[in-house]
Design a protein around this ligand. Sequence first.
Ligand code: BG6
Ligand code: MG
Length: 215
Amino acid sequence: MKYKACLFDLDGVLVDTAIYHFQAWRTLGKQFDFELSHEQNEELKGISRVESLDKILHWAQFQATQEQKDIWLKEKNETYLELISHMNPSEILPGVLTFLKQLKDQGYLIALGSASKNAQIILEKTGLITWFQAIIDGNKVTKSKPDPEVFLKGVEALACSPADCIVFEDAQAGIDAAKAGGMKVVGIGSSAILFGADKIIPSFNDIQVSDLLLL
Ligand code: BG6
Ligand code: MG
């Protein structure tokens, strides 16, 4: 087999949680009179919670103490946790389950590589957890995408090498991370805003496992 494993980002690839992050940041922003736009939300994809707040405060031109930031990070996550508490398998994005099944049937290893510290709970709520041989999330890394750490740890957990692996990502930071780690990468979304991927697909309805051999 040309490749042995597939590593998936979570938010925006397997489930559409970007809408919940957006709502939770908008709720927080009210405290300092800031309304996050959809374009700005796009820039928060793939990056950590801490970096997201720093960007938002920069856009809002608001100086905050570390103590204040810690309180807001906690509050944002409480709002987010409330929003995702209602998630269920119907929120798995189109084509994902069929693709995962094809991968499993053909003997590919499957891992998660996500910046989220809430990955475990989302995987449990949606029932996706059973598909993964390794889960690397925001609790297991020290450096955020575009650093390749999250994917390199996934590769290591699967006892593979980067050249054996294909990453699936919806964020530019994630595509850059996969490339920096020496992996092939399939971008999920639009070629108008994602650059440097080996292939771009609108959704998992647009790819078959056999297409991976062409990467
Ligand atoms: C990424 C999201 O997957 O996880 C980012 O794309 C988010 O938008 C990051 O900031 C961290 O998520 P969490 O759940 O730890 O706040
Ligand atoms: Mg993502």
